[in-house]
Design a protein around this ligand. Structure first.
Ligand SMILES: Nc1ncnc2c1ncn2[C@@H]1O[C@H](COP(=O)(O)OP(=O)(O)OP(=O)(O)O)[C@@H](O)[C@H]1O
Ligand SMILES: [Mg+2]
Length: 381
């Protein structure tokens, strides 16, 4: 289990001409401002929040790539970092922490084959802890099989698709069998389709192998899909910590509500699935959607759709197109390049974002259309 307690990390802010001690203090940036969390064995914990809120700094502190100002970081009983408060300072160097890491810019080694990329972290271990050659080969092939890369073992790493390179980066982190895997926006370089399928692959792997992981993202849907629990961060602070369902059903403050609420979430139950097309029953009628993931009928899910994927119209095309819901405009907001309408449909309030040429008075009856390929299935435990 990972314990992070009262973690604080500041950086030098802007340089001032006159550097009084007080000025220097004020100029510091509190990238991480006293946060605490615990990650249970075998679970996936997500740090979620907008750009600059301190996610990467937190992860780098756990990895040993940043030196925190104060706080404690432990894996099980092993202290990785302890600030001055309460005893002797400890700061285990990054390379002795034994953690697996995958970063947004996954650095695979281009001059090596797939196999050698994965074998490398084992080959560079100190002689005393380095496994014999035969064992290295076995472990590498096992991980490559799990990541469905075994057939490509001899291929040059640069001759892989984006998704394969991403899986290779994961394979390399997994091969050392780390007690803790740290992932910083590992899927952000990929296109939407690949991201969706890798998201589920990652979740399956994480569950199957029971890898304790800390995952960083600014994408709420990704966080909901993957996480056992989520910490929503703002400006160096944890605003709310909980299971995905708690966070989207009961946000504890306006910031969390708005940050999570930029997507629409509609709870339902999978009714049927045929050729990758699902029907999900919700309180306000069925929704049809396409998804590559496998979720059996009867499963409780959340269907998510981004506001920009909801089309608002005063004319109905019912019967011609799937997923047309009828409701009344509650509010409308001009955002410059777009207009937001919040529409009440039965028990739901659905946010639609569209071209400013479509602007509809509150109180008007409208029809919302949701493209099956733009609805995302979020299994929520
Ligand atoms: N080396 C540094 N020197 C000074 N300030 C830094 C440094 N690294 C990060 N910061 C600041 O600390 C804050 C937190 O940065 P961090 O990289 O942790 O954010 P983040 O949540 O990962 O954001 P993003 O989603 O954009 O990656 C930001 O205000 C950032 O400008
Ligand atoms: Mg970051």
């Amino acid at each position: 289990m990972l314990h992070v307690q009262n973690l604080v990390k500041t950086f030098d802010g802007e340089r001032r001409r006159r550097s009084h001690a007080a000025d220097r203090d004020r100029a510091r940036v509190f990238a991480v401002n006293d946060i605490s969390f615990e990650v249970e064995n075998g679970s996936l914990f997500t740090l979620l929040g907008p750009s600059g809120c301190g996610k990467t700094t937190t992860l780098r502190s756990v990895a040993g790539l940043e030196r925190p100002d104060s706080g404690t970081i432990k894996v099980g009983d092993r202290v990785l970092f302890a600030g001055q408060a309460g005893g002797k300072p400890v700061n285990v160097p990054a390379n002795e922490r034994g953690l697996g890491m995958v970063f947004q810019s996954y650095a695979i080694w281009p001059h090596m084959t797939v196999f050698d990329n994965v074998a490398f972290p084992l080959q560079v271990k100190k002689r005393a802890t380095r496994p014999p050659k035969k064992e290295i080969a076995e472990r590498v092939m096992r991980v490559l099989q799990t990541m469905e890369l075994a057939d490509l073992a001899d291929r040059q790493a640069t001759k892989l698709s984006g998704g394969q390179q991403q899986r290779l980066a994961l394979a390399r982190a997994l091969v050392i069998e780390p007690p803790l895997l740290l992932l910083d926006e590992p899927l952000s370089n990929l296109d939407a389709k690949l991201r969706e399928s890798l998201r589920y692959e990652l979740k399956r792997l994480q569950r199957e192998l029971g890898i304790t992981s800390v995952y960083v993202t600014h994408d709420q849907v990704e966080a909901l899909v993957l996480s056992t629990s989520i910490a929503v961060m703002k400006a160096g602070n944890v605003m709310q910590l909980g299971r995905p369902r708690e966070i989207y059903e009961n946000p504890n403050c306006r910031f969390v509500a708005e940050f999570i609420g930029t997507s629409n979430f509609i709870a339902g139950t999978v009714a049927e699935r045929e050729n990758g097309r699902y029907v999900v029953n919700t309180a306000d009628g069925p929704l049809v959607l396409d998804s590559a993931v496998t979720v059996p009928p009867g499963t409780d899910v959340v269907v998510s759709i981004r506001p920009e994927a909801v089309e608002v119209s005063t004319t109905s095309r019912s019967g011609e197109v799937p997923n047309e819901w009828t409701g009344n405009v509650l509010t409308r907001a001009f955002l410059g390049e777009a207009v937001d309408h919040v529409v009440a449909v039965g028990r739901h309030e659905i946010r639609a974002r569209g071209n400013p040429s479509v602007s509809i008075e509150p109180g008007t009856e409208v029809h919302l259309r949701m493209d099956p390929s733009k609805l995302t299935l979020v299994p929520v435990d």
